[in-house]
Write a protein that binds this ligand. Structure first.
Ligand code: NAI
Length: 257
C-alpha cells in the first residue's frame, strides 16, 4: 500500500524522522529526507536501503521550503505523503525562559509545519489526494509544567491540524496528528540537558522504533489521530473530559522535568 509512495519528511536526519524514513523504504515507499545539516542528512540517507532522496532544508525559511518542494516535485512528479516532523523543545520554568526561545520554538514547531504544508498542499490538491501527517505531541493536548513554550507550540500544531482536516474533508487528502509521549531520541539533548526529566519519565519512555512503526501504520491505515503510549492516551482523554480532575491526578505524574 505504501509501495512507490513519495514521502517528504522534515527533520529527517535524526530521531523518529530518520527511523520512519528507514521503515518506509522497507515497505517500498520512497522517503525524501530533509533537514538543516547536509552531512547528517547524507548519513541518514545512506543508511536507507532502496531509493530515497535528500535535500537540505530549514523549516524556518520559506524560500528553503518552497525551493525544496519544487525540487522534489521536479524529481518525483508528486508528493503522496508529507511528514511534518521537524521540531525541538526546551524545558524550563517560564520565569527563566527567554522570549527568543518562545519565538524560535513557535517558528520551528508550528510555523515550520504551516510553511511546509502551504508549499505541498497545492500539489496534493492538483493530484486529487494525499496525506499530511503532523507530529505534534502529548504536550499538544496535555500541558505540563516547565514546557510553556513547547506545549503552546504543539497546541498550535494540533489546532492547525484539526482545522485543516475539516477543510480538506472532501478533497481526498487525509490529515493526521501524531501525539506521542516521551521518546528516547536526541530531542532530550537540548530539551533536558541535565537529564532530570529523562530519568523521571523513564518508565513512560518509548523507543523511537516503536513510534516510527506507529507512524508508518497510520500512513497505511490513513488514521486521523495517533496517541501513544496507551497510558498517556488515557490521560489525554481524561484531560479532555475532566480537565481540573486530570490536572490534580496527573500533576504529580508529569511535573517531573
Ligand atoms: P530529534 O531531535 O532527533 O529530531 C528532530 C529533528 O528536527 C532534528 O533532526 C532536528 O535537527 C530537526 N530540526 C529542528 N529544527 C529544524 C529546522 N528549523 N528545520 C529543519 N529541521 C529542524 O528528536 P525527535 O524526538 O525525533 O523529534 C521529532 C519530532 O517529534 C519533533 O517535532 C518533536 O517535538 C516531536 N516529539 C518528540 C518527543 C520526544 O520525547 N522525543 C515526544 C513527542 C513529540
Amino acid at each position: 500500500m505504501l509501495k512507490g509512495k513519495i514521502v517528504l519528511i522534515s527533520g529527517a536526519s535524526s530521531g523518529i524522522g530518520a527511523i520512519t524514513a528507514k521503515r518506509l523504504a522497507e515497505r517500498g515507499a520512497v522517503p525524501v529526507l530533509t533537514g538543516r545539516n547536509a552531512e547528517k542528512l547524507r548519513a541518514a540517507a545512506e543508511a536507507i536501503a532502496g531509493p530515497c532522496g535528500y535535500y537540505p532544508m530549514d523549516v524556518t525559511r520559506m524560500e528553503d521550503v518552497s525551493r525544496t518542494v519544487e525540487a522534489a516535485i521536479d524529481s518525483y512528479g508528486r508528493i503522496d505523503i508529507l511528514l511534518n516532523n521537524a521540531g525541538f523543545g526546551l524545558f524550563e520554568p517560564f520565569a527563566d525562559a527567554s522570549i527568543e526561545s518562545f519565538v524560535t520554538m513557535m517558528d520551528t514547531n508550528y510555523m515550520g509545519t504551516v510553511r511546509l504544508t502551504k508549499a505541498v498542499l497545492p500539489y496534493m490538491l492538483k493530484q486529487g489526494g494525499g496525506h499530511i501527517v503532523n507530529v505534534a505531541s502529548m504536550a499538544g493536548k496535555l500541558a505540563t509544567p516547565k514546557s510553556t513554550a513547547y506545549s503552546a507550540s504543539k497546541h498550535a500544531v494540533l489546532g492547525f491540524t484539526n482545522a485543516l482536516r475539516m477543510e480538506l474533508k472532501d478533497s481526498g487528502i487525509t490529515v493526521t496528528s501524531v501525539n506521542p509521549g516521551p521518546i528516547r531520541t536526541p530531542f532530550f539533548d537540548q530539551a533536558d540537558p541535565n537529564g532530570t526529566y529523562v530519568k523521571n519519565v523513564n518508565w513512560l519512555m518509548m523507543e523511537p522504533e516503536y513510534v516510527a512503526g506507529a507512524i508508518v501504520r497510520a500512513m497505511e491505515r490513513r488514521a486521523e489521530e495517533v496517541n501513544l503510549p496507551r497510558v498517556a492516551a488515557a490521560g489525554m482523554r481524561l484531560y479532555q473530559l475532566l480537565p481540573r480532575t486530570a490536572d490534580r491526578l496527573l500533576r504529580g505524574m508529569f511535573n517531573r522535568k
